[in-house]
Design a protein around this ligand. Structure first.
Ligand code: AMP
Length: 907
């Protein structure tokens, strides 16, 4: 706003551009006091200091003739703060002078100079301000006024983000700005920086660093790439995994040891892993001696065969208490002397055991490398030995009454009650004796060699069948029922029953008593969720860490991971997950596997750690088996495992199957793909889902009866009329034996299911795998007997395999490979059925063309020569890979029998 004389817009044209200016030129008049004021300028709340940049022109006073004495060549800049726009009200007294503005260059008659001057208006605090220009008699034109403040721009420095900040004023302390570390970076001290009055950042304190597993890349923290790691927060880059370690994960903090390599806990976790030391093997000859008089038990064992190259072996003892169906940790009551861990002697005394429970003690050998050194890997050989100990304490349950509940001319049925027992479900063994009614004759007949499982009921009936030789001898009987201790010392006689019988009465032999079924089908529960809770421990998902996908199950991914339950050691586990979008039925089917698995407790059955059912993502957590599925494992180690070891693996599978069949559980899908192998080469039976045969197994094939059956592994009666029994499991076991001895070869090769069924019906059987001990092949053939009653039982199979393992010499006799007794061999003739015309045509047909040159170089150019070759000759011409050697050798054997590739083998 103008005050005083004329001030207004003028238009100038300079170098072709038009300028709008405010100008005044009262150079010939004294005492000029002309004002120009801006409109109200709003202030940024943080900008206490603003810059005012002026562009202007000042005429040289000398260019005005005679006026130079009173003419001025400067003007003044004023400012006035205000909290509100005061409109046109103008009071000079409210303005404060900021500066006198003088041109650097003045404009003469013929040339024009535009000056630019910047002044600072400091100490502003109100909502806004006005600027004013005072002319005191100069000839000036004001071209532009630019008002601005300075900021330090938003920035990322040393991994900290700082926001845009308005620069402080003159004489003020530098503006201190706090920043935040970028994603995945952290700092001990919160990062700070100063913004100078000039809008420049200066002096940062508090350094951010990328967190473990991340490295700095262009102002950000990026995950370490697979194969590299970073253990600590630092400004270092990720390092490649050290020797014998690797990780497939992004963002690894550590590189776990590769299989077969270990770190001791004292080794730095960032260092290499060593193959020289291993976890020790299992303690041997674990035995338990009861000392009932002092109420304790002495466990002793011999040190492991393989100390893993270390001399710091210690032992730990774990105890599980089993009540017939469910096993659980013994808890804190059980006392160990000198202790349960870090034992240096191969002996421990155990006391405070409860009466009438089945205890399992697991003794584990440890050394410096038994720990899960990398936090991710289970030690190569976790050692444990299990024994079952039936320990009966001082106070057995008592028989409170006994009744006759039924009778025929040759048998009678008894029932009795027992007093409440310490646990709901106990194994109790009874001994029954009977007496002639009047005389003192006493005949003792142990009723059972095994155990009677009472399963929580308080009365038990047993049918006693007549003993022939006693017929017509006695007219009455007197029964004594006694509880027996393990060492056969009778400790309690409780009840007797006397009866005058009209008939002869006799007692049975124990073999005729059917064992009670101990496996409980989860289907018998109305609510399958109840079954899960009964047989499986609920795990909180926060105790589970998933590490890596290791397989795909029917219901979702299978992960390797860690389970760290409170108060328990970390264990490597496999985690089966249920993929999202499942139906309630699918969830129940998924969890049924846990309900079944949870009922088993055996060295050769995959152990259930627990389940997650109470959270959205249901999971089944089992022990982790480092070497995965057996079929894969064998294929990957073709020819590397001795027959003795293979038979040892089969022995384990058979022991697991014996346990299952003893529990009246029929597996129905026994196959090498459903056996898992751990680092000790121990095999464990897995895959127990209720729907597994129907849905899960890729080998499952629909039969005419509608069910899905893995044809090649299934006994004929099970295929034909779904007669699944332990005897059909034995057939499948025979196929597993074949798979194992043939290093994972597919049973019946590429024959179709239909061809397999037809061949089996016609009495063909698989031929002996190459180098298969004769005794082992004979056992296979026994498992494949058409008449299922004639097949061996799993108990027989375990005994036989044990016998073979005890005398390894017995494995030296190799089964004849006789193509005439066997089912068709792979590629024994040209595709049109005619004999092969050339060696190369033959090699191509068995996909072994890569050896064409080996044959030519060895001078074997005609099929007649090929037919003369022995396995040794094939090796000698350079075929080394066991799988290839086998393929070629089998094919030659098949070629020799061109006339009859399918001939009968009588079984
Ligand atoms: P499944 O659904 O049981 O057939 O599991 C699918 C795959 O996951 C198997 O073939 C194994 O390779 C792997 N797997 C399952 N359970 C385990 C385990 N306990 N330890 C190691 N690998 C396992």
């Amino acid at each position: 706003m103008a005050s005083g004389d004329e001030l207004g817009w003028l238009t100038w044209t300079l170098n072709g551009s038009q300028f709008y200016t405010y100008s005044i030129c009262n150079v010939e008049e004294r005492e000029q006091d002309n004002w120009l004021r801006t409109t109200f300028i709003q202030r940024h709340p943080l900008a206490s200091r603003v810059f005012v940049e002026l562009k202007f022109i000042v005429r040289d006073c000398n260019s005005f003739d005679g006026a130079s004495l009173i003419c001025k060549e400067t003007f003044n800049l004023y400012t006035s703060e205000s909290d509100a726009d005061v409109g046109t009200t103008f009071r000079k007294s409210q303005f404060k002078k900021v500066a006198t503005i003088a041109p650097d260059e003045i404009t003469g008659k013929n040339e024009m100079h535009i000056n630019t001057e910047t002044r600072v208006v400091d100490g502003l605090s109100r909502k806004g301000f006005y600027l004013a220009f005072q002319d005191i008699g100069a000839c000036i034109a004001l071209l532009s006024v630019r008002v601005f403040y300075k900021t330090c721009p938003g920035t990322v420095q040393n991994l900290a983000t700082f926001p845009e900040t308005v620069a402080g004023g003159e004489n003020q302390p530098l503006t201190k700005v706090s920043g935040v570390c970028v994603d995945n970076a952290a700092s001990e001290e919160s990062p700070r920086i100063y913004c100078t009055e000039e809008g420049k950042w200066a002096v940062q304190v508090g350094q951010c660093q990328c967190k473990p597993g991340y490295e700095e890349v262009k102002d950000a923290c990026q995950e370490c790439r697979p194969g590299s790691f970073k253990a600590e927060a630092s400004s270092d880059a990720c390092e490649p995994c050290p020797a014998n370690t690797d990780t497939l994960q992004h963002g690894a903090v550590l590189c776990p040891c590769k299989d077969g390599f270990f770190r001791a806990p004292t080794d730095p976790s960032t260092g290499p892993c060593s193959g020289e030391t291993r976890p020790p093997s299992a303690p041997r000859d674990l035995s338990a001696v009861r000392q009932p008089s002092v109420g304790r038990l002495i466990l002793s064992w011999t040190p492991p065969e393989d100390t893993g190259g270390r001399n710091d072996i210690t032992y730990s003892v774990e105890c599980q208490r089993c009540d017939g169906v469910v096993c659980q940790p013994c808890g804190e009551r059980v006392r160990y002397e000198p202790g349960s861990t870090k034992l240096t002697e191969a002996r421990v005394s155990v006391s405070e055991l409860e009466a009438h429970l089945n205890y399992t003690f697991i003794v584990q050998a440890h050394s410096g490398v038994s720990q899960w050194a990398s936090g991710a890997q289970r030690p190569a050989s976790r050692s444990n030995v299990t024994i079952f100990l039936h320990y009966t304490g001082e106070h057995p349950p008592q028989i409170t009454s006994m009744r006759l509940v039924g009778q025929t001319s040759t048998s009678l049925a008894l029932s009795w009650d027992v007093s409440p027992r310490p646990r709901a479900q106990l194994h109790i063994r009874y001994k029954l004796t009977y007496h002639k009614k009047v005389s003192i004759f006493s005949y003792r007949q142990p009723l059972s060699k095994g155990h009677f499982f009472l399963n929580g009921c308080s009365s038990v009936g047993i049918l006693l069948k007549a003993l022939e030789q006693k017929k017509n001898c006695y007219k009455g009987f007197h029964v004594l029922l006694m509880l027996k201790e393990e060492n056969n010392k009778e400790i309690k006689k409780r009840n007797s029953h006397t009866r005058q019988g009209p008939e002869d009465t006799y007692f049975s032999t124990p073999e005729q008593l059917k064992p009670l079924k101990t496996y409980v089908d989860p289907h018998t529960y109305e609510d399958p969720n109840v079954a899960v809770l009964k047989f499986a421990t609920e795990i909180h998902p926060s105790h589970i860490t998933k590490q890596k996908v290791i397989g795909a199950g029917e219901f979702g991914e299978v992960y390797r991971g860690i389970l760290k339950a409170p108060g328990r050691k970390e264990v490597a586990v496999a985690i089966k997950t249920l993929k999202p979008g499942y139906t309630e039925k699918q969830r129940q089917d998924f969890l049924s596997e846990a309900s079944i698995m949870g009922q088993f407790s055996h060295q050769n059955i995959i152990r259930l750690e627990g389940v997650v059912t109470k959270f959205k993502h249901a999971m089944i957590v089992t022990e982790y088996m480092e070497n995965g599925a057996l079929d894969r494992y064998l294929r990957d180690h073709d020819g590397e495992i001795s027959s003795f070891q293979l038979v040892g693996m089969l022995r384990g599978i058979a022991a697991g199957m014996k346990y299952l069949s003893d529990m009246s559980y029929v597996h129905r899908d026994l196959a090498a793909r459903n056996i898992l192998v751990n680092n000790n080469m121990e095999c464990k039976v897995s895959d127990f889902g209720l729907s597994r045969v129907l849905e899960d197994d890729p080998e499952g094939t629909y039969t005419t009866s509608g069910g899905k059956i893995p044809i090649r592994w299934t006994a004929p009666e099970a295929i034909a009329y779904r007669k699944f029994t332990s005897a059909s499991d034995v057939w499948s076991f025979g196929i597993v034996m074949w798979e194992v001895m043939a290093f994972g070869e597919r049973p019946y090769w590429d024959m179709s299911n239909h061809e397999v069924m037809k061949a089996i019906n016609e009495a063909f059987r698989l031929p002996a795998p190459m180098d298969c001990p004769s005794a082992v092949y004979q056992l296979m053939l026994q498992c494949w007997l058409q008449d299922r009653a004639k097949r061996p039982r799993f108990g027989d199979i375990v005994s036989l395999l044990d016998k073979l393992l005890r005398s390894p010499e017995s494995l030296k006799t190799i089964a004849d490979f006789d193509p005439r007794v066997s089912i068709r061999l792979p590629s024994t003739s040209g595709s049109d059925g005619s004999p092969f015309r050339s060696v190369s045509e033959w090699l191509e047909s068995i996909k072994m063309s890569q050896y064409s040159e080996n044959f030519t170089c060895a001078g074997i150019v005609a099929m007649e020569q090929v037919l003369q070759m022995k396995t040794e000759d094939i090796k000698n011409i350079g075929v080394r890979l066991p799988g290839h050697l086998k393929r070629i050798a089998y094919s030659i054997l098949g070629l020799k029998d061109q006339t009859s590739t399918l001939s009968v083998f009588a079984v």
